[in-house]
Design a protein around this ligand. Structure first.
Ligand SMILES: Nc1ncnc2c1ncn2[C@@H]1O[C@H](COP(=O)(O)OP(=O)(O)OP(=O)(O)O)[C@@H](O)[C@H]1O
Length: 252
């Protein structure tokens, strides 16, 4: 049997002596859109850091396609990281580089492709996110939504097995945010990419998530996991009910 994309077993996350969350056990299936949700400060970004190997579990384990992260083995760690694409909250494109140069960076670093081929891959990735012809633009010359999409093209450069998004809709107007959701669904449908998204945004959660995990800040553990509409209709706790039925523009 093929292992799940990501398998988390009995994870405890800590900063210093402070426990953020404990007893987290869940799997992300290959090809699903999996949302990490919860109130502000519940530990969503911290969990994302654990999943991409930036932070070591205080307890428990995380496997990627059956392989454990060995943070002490640099080569093994790079091999796993190369299979991930990460889209950080602030996009983080290099402002002094054109979009083409930004997207070429991971290809230069991790592949032996020649410059002509890299240019072709770059154009392909830009076309994929609706930015055909924007190769020579600098990030400052395009809109916030376009910058996010360009950052997505860069995260897709190495054809990742798993794409991680940290609050993709933050700072975007509703139309640009909805366009990004469309893209997430397209990537899932066209490439079968496994996609893990941290978000507060209810519209987005109901639209894109196959399953969502709820981190409860009071209980310091996960208290719900399932398709968001099912969790809304049969909430396992008052917190989950409140979170999924609040007015969509307010935070819990
Ligand atoms: N580097 C750090 N050192 C110490 N504590 C931290 C650090 N980063 C986050 N925390 C704390 O860990 C808890 C979880 O933070 P985290 O950013 O993961 O939550 P979040 O659910 O992503 O919040 P938000 O939705 O507001 O982004 C918070 O109490 C935060 O103050």
């Amino acid at each position: 049997m093929t292992p799940p994309a990501i398998e988390v077993v009995d994870l405890t996350m800590m900063y210093g002596d402070r426990v953020i969350m404990s007893d987290l056990t869940f799997s992300v299936a290959r090809g699903e859109v999996f949302v990490l949700m919860g109130g502000s400060g519940s530990g969503k970004s911290t969990l994302l850091k654990h999943l991409i190997g930036l932070k070591e579990p205080a307890k428990g384990s995380i496997r990627f396609e059956g392989e454990t992260f060995d943070l002490t083995d640099d080569d093994a760690r790079k091999r796993v990281l190369r299979r991930f694409g990460v889209l950080y909250q602030n996009g983080a494109l290099w402002s002094g580089l054109t979009l083409a140069e930004n997207i070429a960076l991971p290809l230069d670093e991790f592949t032996a492709l020649d410059q002509q081929t890299i240019a072709e891959v770059v154009s392909l990735k830009l076309a994929l996110v609706g930015l055909r012809g924007f190769e020579d633009y600098y990030p400052a010359a395009i809109s916030g939504g376009m910058r996010k999409r360009a950052a997505l093209a860069r995260a897709m450069a190495l054809d990742p097995a798993v794409l991680f998004f940290d609050e993709p809709s933050s700072g975007l107007d509703p139309i640009s945010a909805s366009r990004l959701d469309d893209l997430i669904l397209e990537l899932k449908a066209s490439f079968g990419t496994t996609i893990v998204v941290v978000t507060h945004d209810l519209d987005s959660i109901f639209r894109i998530a196959d399953r969502a995990l709820f981190l409860d800040i009071e209980q310091k553990t996960m208290t719900a996991l399932g398709p968001p509409a099912e969790l809304r209709d049969n909430p396992p706790s008052e917190e989950v009910h409140r979170f999924l039925t609040r007015s969509s523009d307010g935070l819990p």
